[in-house]
Design a protein. Structure first.
Ligand code: CP
Length: 307
């Protein structure tokens, strides 16, 4: 049984195949309208979501499948104390594949141990968000034209931002990629990523607090929200939440072809005046999320011979 818990659960070859399928879907979505007819996707969301849950559901509906699930722990039997292990055993009887978001790191991994259907991690705590990474890769490949030879700036909450952790793990697999980590000291990238991913593979990177100084060097700027829900005290959140606000003036320091990505939701970190800048691609990025999730659901169902 193939599950997607981390972006590294896909080999580079599988990743590139998936991106290719997503591009075929973009070019001719009708060709895939019956690809999952008769199949069911369960969305088990123990944490709030707009894009991930609804793009998973749109993806399955676009391929002729059906969806079922819950959108908060409160509306499921988790509120009565049911374990993830028991829940997934039951869901395995009702659906052919599932996407799970959970506030606890590792919960989708636990689910995968007990599931008899493929489990896709739709975000686990501050850990990983592999389908956001697939979305980001498809966006970069299509709008930048390449996944190699890039200087990528990650800006904002690099400590708790699971989309950053996942994308970093994926991008180090491509040649000549370097990073500039832009964050307050308290929200720096976790030590384990610095040591086990960047240093271990000799990936060039810098750390700075200064967005303006970093901007002229970047091919991509990946902005992130400060993750209020992961802070232990509100005072720290309030102090750090507006550390970076990308506005029109700051965009004048950037290259003419630098792209601005953001997994969304945005709070204050990108001023709405940037939205009409052609380099701001975060809403296109959200659209790509549907196509890559279609490709992923199709692949997993085919591999598990249920599609
Ligand atoms: N990017 C993302 O995960 O958005 P949601 O929290 O709305 O799913």
């Amino acid at each position: 049984m193939k599950h997607i818990i981390s972006p590294l659960d896909l080999s580079l070859e599988e990743l590139n195949d998936l991106l290719e399928t997503a591009e075929e879907i973009v070019a001719n979505p009708k060709r895939f309208s019956d690809a999952c007819k008769g199949k069911k996707l369960a969305t088990l969301f123990y944490e709030p979501s707009t894009r991930t849950r609804l793009s998973f559901e749109a993806a399955m509906l676009n391929m002729g499948g059906s969806v079922l699930g819950f959108s908060s722990a409160d509306s499921s039997s988790a509120a009565k104390g049911e374990s993830v292990a028991d829940t997934i055993r039951v869901i395995s009887c009702y659906a052919d594949i599932c996407a799970m978001r959970h506030p606890k790191e590792g919960a989708p991994y636990v689910a995968a141990q007990y599931a008899s259907i493929p489990v896709i991690n739709a975000g686990d705590g501050g850990h990983n968000h592999p389908t956001q990474t697939l979305t980001d890769l498809l966006t970069i490949k299509n709008l930048k034209g390449r996944l190699d030879n890039l200087t990528i700036g990650f800006c904002g909450d690099l400590k708790f931002g699971r989309t950053v952790h996942s994308l970093l793990n994926a991008m180090v697999r491509y040649p000549n990629v370097r990073f500039i980590m832009i964050s307050p000291y308290e929200l720096r990238i976790p030590e384990y990523l610095r040591e086990e991913v960047l240093d271990a593979q000799n990936i060039p990177y810098e750390e700075t607090r200064n967005l303006e100084e970093a901007l002229p060097k970047l091919d991509l700027l990946y902005m992130t929200r400060v993750q209020k829900e992961r802070f232990f005290n509100e005072e720290d959140y309030i102090r750090l939440k507006d550390s970076y606000i990308l506005d029109k003036k700051k965009m004048t320091y950037a290259k003419k072809d630098m792209l601005v990505l953001h997994p969304l939701p945005r709070v204050n970190e990108i001023s709405v005046e940037v939205d009409n800048d052609p380099r701001a691609v975060y809403f296109k990025q959200a659209q790509y999320g549907v196509y890559i999730r279609m490709a992923l659901i199709k692949k997993l169902l085919e591999e598990n011979e249920t599609c």
